[in-house]
Ligand binder design. Sequence first.
Ligand SMILES: [Zn+2]
Length: 86
Amino acid sequence: MYIIMSSKGFLFCVVCRLDDSRDFTSAGFSAYSTAEMIAHIDSHRNAGHDVLDGLESKLLEDDLENFPNRPNHTNQTQPTPPSVEE
Ligand SMILES: [Zn+2]
């Protein structure tokens, strides 16, 4: 898995393998805040996936740049993205 910053204003986990029920064509996870993606990365680690060391701190460093218009950008709660529905 790897993370990209979409130009549409969210982080995207590419070829996300957390949900095995999905085929690869629809795989992927969208996060609309840095905190949300960090929680998602945590799930990958817990599942035993190979996650880049320091990825979370890199995301935090980029947080202001990725989400410049959001107050309290690291601690806000966001609605559940539609892509994680079962
Ligand atoms: Zn993922």
